[in-house]
Design a protein around this ligand. Structure first.
Ligand code: PAP
Length: 349
């Protein structure tokens, strides 16, 4: 059995929990059983891989998953049991994950860690180190035990489509809260290309673009990813908060207030008067995070040896104009509009 920290209230910085080996030391060190199933991955359809900078993908339950994540994704799909007071930050990669992780952590943990305080965890840790990555936990020994050991309320992060975490935000109640952030797809493509080029400098922009347009991209198709969370947010707005990266850029303070209300921790009048919202926005701002040592040095993780600074490139909307021809932009716009219009979802710039 994993040891639960005494009176500790979540969310706590996950890196600190990981460092406390006593928390799960009595749990045998083994990977989820799905990792030992030799046929699990090979039985799934695979996608052609036009460029070695792109990931090998396998098709599972309507989703193209990075091959190396398949056993973890299946384990997560089968076994993840949310607690009622959990909060999950969900996103398609490169759509604002790091920022929303930081804002949600700073908002939920503000009583233990005042945003203006010199000892704030986000001053010494990358936002991804503060919040456990669900599919990452399901591919690490004792990952599930660490998840269990986290004090409530837990804050977690995933790139999985909602269908892969079926008990989160479940219809009929019983699930937890989900904060989803989406981004204008053309900017997502540009951000994704720059990110993967840090490992594969030869990666062609056109190959990343084509993979997104065809839907055969890790965690894709992107429109299904967005639609799953969008539909849940319209059906169950108390369970799923749907945010847009571009709107966050326009008015971060208003979105921090929305986030706080959504997780059941609205700002008091005293907090408003003393500038707590502003402190959180400032702490998590692109300019501030980008220049912290924790975000300038080190790598994301051993499985993805990309420098952490790759998470803080430009932080703007509309950078696609510098990378796409008008024809490419029109083509992706049309695909996305065609997939999303029936659900009443559009992207404006
Ligand atoms: P991930 O899914 O791999 O965690 P994610 O954080 O979603 O990546 O995407 C990184 C993008 O968010 C980068 O966009 P760009 O390539 O267009 O510049 C990054 O600059 C942007 N980003 C990271 N932190 C912030 C922030 N605090 N404010 C605004 N944008 C940010």
């Amino acid at each position: 059995m994993a040891k639960t920290p005494g009176a500790l209230l979540g969310p706590v910085p996950f890196a600190d929990v990981e460092a406390d080996s006593g928390l799960v030391s009595s749990v045998p060190e083994h990977l989820p059983e799905e990792h030992a199933d030799a046929d699990l991955v090979s039985a799934l359809p695979s996608a052609p891989r036009p460029n070695k900078g792109l990931l090998n993908l396998r098709f599972y339950e309507g989703i193209w998953l990075p091959e190396y994540f398949v056993p973890a994704a299946v384990a997560l799909h089968r076994r993840f049991e949310p607690r009622r007071d959990d909060v999950i930050v969900a996103s398609f990669p490169k759509c604002g994950t790091t920022w929303v992780n930081a804002l949600t952590f700073a908002t939920m943990a503000r009583h233990a860690y005042p945003a203006a305080g010199a000892g704030h965890p986000l001053l010494r840790l990358n936002p991804h180190q503060c919040i456990p990555f669900l599919e990452g936990l399901f591919r690490s020994p004792r990952g599930e035990a660490k998840l269990e050991a986290l004090p409530s309320p837990r804050l977690m992060n995933t790139h999985m489509p909602l269908a892969m975490v079926p008990r989160a935000a479940a219809p009929g109640g019983g699930g937890c809260k989900v904060v989803y952030v989406c981004r204008e797809p053309k900017d997502m493509v540009v951000s994704r290309w720059h990110f993967h080029r840090r490992l594969h400098p030869e990666l062609a922009f056109a190959d990343v673009f084509e993979s997104v347009c065809s839907g055969t991209v890790g965690y894709g198709p992107v429109w299904d990813h967005i639609l799953g969370y969008w539909s849940a947010s319209t059906a169950r707005p108390d369970s799923v908060l749907f945010l847009r990266y571009e709107e966050l850029l326009r008015d971060p303070a208003e979105h921090v207030r929305k986030l706080a209300r959504f997780v059941g921790l609205p700002f008091s009048g005293i907090e408003e008067d003393s500038g707590v919202v502003h402190d959180i926005v400032k702490l998590c701002s692109f300019g501030h995070l980008k220049n912290l040592e924790a975000n300038k040095t080190g790598h994301l993780n051993p499985a993805l040896p990309i420098p952490r600074d790759a998470l803080f490139r430009k932080g703007v909307a509309g950078d696609w104009v510098n990378h796409m021809t008008p024809d490419m932009a029109r083509r992706l716009d049309e695909i996305v509009a065609d997939k999303l219009h029936a659900a009443g979802l559009t992207f404006h710039e």
